[in-house]
Design a protein around this ligand. Structure first.
Ligand SMILES: [Zn+2]
Length: 76
């Protein structure tokens, strides 16, 4: 969805993105998760299909790096 611009469920192409661009703004529409081990917000961008309502959420690159340091992978 993020790379294809298409909904994986209904194949619709009316995709909205709520990007995490300004983490520090109180007006930011970014989604976030509070992950216990960090005690702070980890931000995500959300993709929404306007045809069927399906949504996907992605952690941003900076948050992924933090997560990779903190948590174990299933493999490797
Ligand atoms: Zn859809």
């Amino acid at each position: 969805m993020k790379s294809s611009g298409k909904c994986p469920k209904c194949h619709g192409e009316n995709i909205l993105v709520f990007e995490n661009k300004n983490k520090n703004s109180k007006k930011s529409t970014a989604d976030y998760e509070v992950i216990g081990a960090f005690g702070k917000q980890i931000f995500t961008s959300r993709y929404v299909c306007c045809d069927c309502g399906y949504t996907e959420r992605y952690f941003d690159d900076e948050s992924l790096e933090k997560l990779k340091k903190k948590y174990k992978k299933i493999r490797g």
